[in-house]
Design a protein around this ligand. Structure first.
Ligand SMILES: Cc1ncc(C[n+]2csc(CCOP(=O)(O)OP(=O)(O)O)c2C)c(N)n1
Ligand SMILES: [Mg+2]
Length: 580
């Protein structure tokens, strides 16, 4: 094999680890690597306008594909711009390798032009963060970084000076096998037996699901059926669990709805499946609790556990199912299904405004039409802010659609960048960004990336001329809303100037046609929907118990509003309760 430079070897190792793209902005210190990417047959350089976009895009790609994705920033400010997107990828458990190019190696430690210290900067948002200061560290340091990203599901960062990248690598990288897929991890027999015993001995059982239930829909349903358990979910579990689910009692949390809260609090045994649900105020204290998670460090960090089970949800349930006694008593389940349907009916009843005729356009109307018009296998990327509420309430999961947001890190401006990564992964799939006007304008330069790379992303802009979510938070917290409004802006005109098909919609009657046209358009499109900034009120009834929780998480709110097509599932589940 011919001699390789460090840069060539770097790209080669990434490609062999499964990476197909590296997102970023070029810079002097990156030049040898960019040149190696240019010449490599199976890895593509994706030029973006802001490195943060690149990191978000890599994170989204990795979340959708399960494969490694890469991003890069040049020395100093270039890689500093990556950091927020990397935090998001890391907290979303997306395997991402970030290359932080460094200043000339001989200048490190002298406050040189553009000097930062990437090996210190990125430690908090990565599993591995090291500097390659000598060519002989290759390929091992990069391979180790890759194994951290894939093996521990998160970010790994490698710092590399341009001069080191241009040197010859003394060792060949060929033929060293690497892990590219995750193992199936099953807990030991002792834990499985203990769990089976606890379930058999318990009265009412409730399951509560997070993103760790991905790929385990059938097993979760089988357990719910066996022990007649209501199934609630967290926001990140919704896309995996809420569809085709005769045991669905809704979502818990700040954006929650339905009877998940009651089902968790009224159970005798609560089983948390693959969830790192952060809001302890919503978790019961006096209920026996089991948690199953692939990450041992997640076990017990939100609630006191009676049993901690370390393993994949799917593997755990496969081993558990035959050991659990089947039940026939559905009383608790049926009571919760009824409560759930009642709660949703109540939400629908409270939501009596004529949203289809409301002007400015009601955002819930936009979301409900979007849910109907979008493809059955669409990828939705959702901006932090009120779009999270609309997505949680109105996008109907079906096992084929995907919903990606900044659900753990909670950063604004994620939707457009994540849509870029999603669309590059599959140009034929419908990718829809639900953007806020605050979020879109924050990284708006990357609208230009859509036509530049011919990406047919559809941006649905909820244009309320405000930082709506914070506006609401200020009111709930007793503050005078301040610093939350924007002047009206014609984003459709901006998008058209960027070469994007765009329309501005101010009449509710035009929403559906505008969305249809955008989805049918063969290229990027933006639908700038002028929406009502005062869309949501506080819920009429917050229980005393919830209030006690909120006192400790001051100014947090539970939002009211409609619930979209979920009501149909709840009604169908009630109809399908077997009659004795
Ligand atoms: C980078 C970043 N800055 C600030 C915040 C705080 N924040 C959360 S939501 C939000 C408002 C988002 O506004 P917009 O995108 O217009 O969505 P809207 O809520 O109006 O629908 C802000 C400022 C944040 N989460 N992330
Ligand atoms: Mg807004």
């Amino acid at each position: 094999m011919a001699r390789q430079t460090v840069a060539e070897q770097f790209v080669d190792v990434l490609a062999r680890a499964g990476a197909r793209r590296m997102y970023g902005v070029v810079g002097d210190s990156l030049n040898p690597v960019i040149d190696a990417v240019r010449r490599h047959p199976s890895i593509e350089w994706v030029q973006v306008r802001h490195e943060e976009t690149g990191a978000f895009a890599a994170g989204a790609e990795a979340q959708l594909s399960g494969r490694l994705a890469a991003c890069a920033g040049s020395c100093g400010p270039g890689h500093l711009h990556l950091i927020n997107g990397l935090y998001d990828a890391h907290r979303s458990m997306a395997p991402v390798l970030a290359l932080a190019a460094h200043i000339p190696s001989a200048e490190i430690g002298t406050s040189y032009f553009q000097e930062t210290h990437p090996d210190r900067l990125f430690t908090e948002c990565s599993h591995y963060c090291e500097l390659i200061s000598h060519p002989a560290q290759m390929p091992r340091v990069l391979q180790t970084a890759v194994q951290h990203a894939i093996g521990r599901s998160g970010v790994a960062v490698v710092g590399l000076s341009g001069d080191v990248a241009g040197q010859d690598a003394p060792r060949q990288a060929a033929a060293s096998a690497m892990v590219t897929r995750r193992p199936a991890v099953r807990p030991g027999d002792a834990e499985i037996d203990a769990l089976a015993r606890m379930i058999d001995e318990a009265g009412a059982v409730t399951l509560f699901c997070g993103s760790g239930t991905a790929g385990a829909h059938a097993e979760v349903m089988a357990l719910a059926e066996r022990v007649k358990a209501p199934v609630g979910h967290a926001l990140r579990g919704k896309e995996w669990i809420q569809y085709d689910n005769p045991y669905d009692v809704g979502m818990s949390g700040l954006l929650g709805y339905g009877a998940a809260y009651e089902a968790m609090h009224e159970a005798d045994l609560l089983i948390l499946l693959g969830t790192d649900f952060p809001y302890t105020a919503f978790l019961p204290e006096g209920v026996r609790t089991v948690q199953v998670d692939i990450r041992a460090e997640h076990l017990g960090r939100r609630s006191r556990l009676d049993l901690a089970v370390w393993g994949d949800v799917r593997e755990t349930l496969l081993a558990l199912l035959p050991r659990v006694r089947p039940r026939t008593d559905r009383r608790f389940l049926d009571r919760m299904l009824r409560k759930h349907a009642d709660a949703l009916e109540g939400a629908v009843a409270a939501y009596t405004r004529d949203v289809g005729g409301h002007r400015p356009i009601h955002p819930e109307y936009v979301a409900s039409v979007l849910d109907e018009e979008a493809a059955d296998d669409a990828v939705f990327t959702v901006d932090t802010g009120m779009c999270n509420v609309w997505a949680a309430r109105y996008l109907s999961p079906n096992g084929r659609r995907r919903v990606i947001g900044s659900f753990s890190h909670g950063s604004m401006a994620n939707a457009l960048p994540q849509a870029i990564g999603a669309q590059l992964l599959d140009r034929a799939r419908q990718v829809v960004a639900l953007s806020g006007d605050g979020g879109l304008s924050m990284l708006m330069g990357d609208l230009l990336t859509l036509p530049q790379h011919g990406l047919p992303v559809k941006v649905v802009l909820f244009d309320n001329s405000s930082l709506g979510m914070v506006d609401l938070e200020m009111m709930v917290g007793g503050f005078l809303p301040y610093g939350t409004t924007y002047p009206a802006t014609d984003y459709a005109a901006i998008a058209r100037a960027a070469g994007i098909h765009a329309v501005r919609v101010e009449e509710p009657g035009e929403v559906r046609a505008a969305l249809r046209e955008a989805f049918a358009h063969d290229g990027p499109a933006l639908v700038d929907v002028v929406t009502d900034p005062n869309a949501l009120s506080m819920p009429p009834h917050v229980t005393g118990r919830q209030l006690a929780g909120f006192a400790t998480t001051t100014s947090k709110l539970v939002l009211s509003g409609g619930v979209g097509r979920m009501i149909q599932l709840a009604r169908a589940n009630l109809r399908n309760i077997p009659r004795p």
